[in-house]
Design a protein around this ligand. Sequence first.
Ligand SMILES: CC(C)(COP(=O)(O)OP(=O)(O)OC[C@H]1O[C@@H](n2cnc3c(N)ncnc32)[C@H](O)[C@@H]1OP(=O)(O)O)[C@@H](O)C(=O)NCCC(=O)NCCS
Length: 243
Amino acid sequence: MIDVVVVQRRNRLSSTWVKEQLALLAKEEQSRLLMYRRWQDQQSSLIGRVLAKTKLSQLLNVPRESLQISKDEHGRLYLENHPFWGGDFNLSHSSDLIACAITKNGRVGIDVEYIKYLDFDLARQFLNEDEIQYAKKKHDDMLISFLYKIWTLKEAYLKALGIGLLRDPRSFGFDMKLWSEGILKIRDDKSLFKEEMFFHTLVLHGGYQLALCTNAATPVNISTFMNISNSTRQTSQILTQFC
Ligand SMILES: CC(C)(COP(=O)(O)OP(=O)(O)OC[C@H]1O[C@@H](n2cnc3c(N)ncnc32)[C@H](O)[C@@H]1OP(=O)(O)O)[C@@H](O)C(=O)NCCC(=O)NCCS
């Protein structure tokens, strides 16, 4: 089972809660989060880590406070000091939405994007030739919906691989014939994974596109907590107990 937790932070969260949660992070992570210029980005990153730790502590049956999360050389988060943990987690945030995906087995990548207008010239920077030809047959809302779907799916794939910007998203792509039949199959000659990659995609309430990529053939369970307020108690309960 892959668990996906989605949280929408409507307001600025209380500074008491933020301070408490920052103090539970490794020093390096604290410094990184304190460097954000916008409080929105800082709080989204922080909430992501709190969600990941909450889910990890439930899966590993250890206290949340005992878990340490660090970043690898490509910016991907991983769990420290649990060499036998065969699972994975990944975070994404866009506007006021934060998503965390976690699996007990295999790898996972997640991406969320707030859907707005997207210029086709920008799309050319992440679509390969087959995908461009497919997109050209779409217009208006159908085009935007296609572009966000494929963008987030490709990003989720890159995040599952963990290499981020090192791969040009035009160097791999979806089989567009299968896509038109509703089947999501990636074609990538240079894939790091020998096994098949599985994709899930969903439009969330509020106009967000979510995509998930994993190498585990397992169901996905999505929990959403919208409109998190700035009450310390409510925030704390939702993010550290109910997820
Ligand atoms: C880091 C990257 C992977 C995600 O960027 P993004 O969409 O701006 O951001 P998201 O909100 O979805 O994800 C951010 C989270 O991804 C995680 N992340 C960072 N680098 C990562 C990597 N190499 N692999 C997996 N996850 C990564 C981090 O946890 C980060 O959150 P944090 O900063 O709070 O720790 C991005 O910079 C990137 O390389 N994108 C792919 C390249 C591209 O051109 N995409 C266009 C469409 S395919």
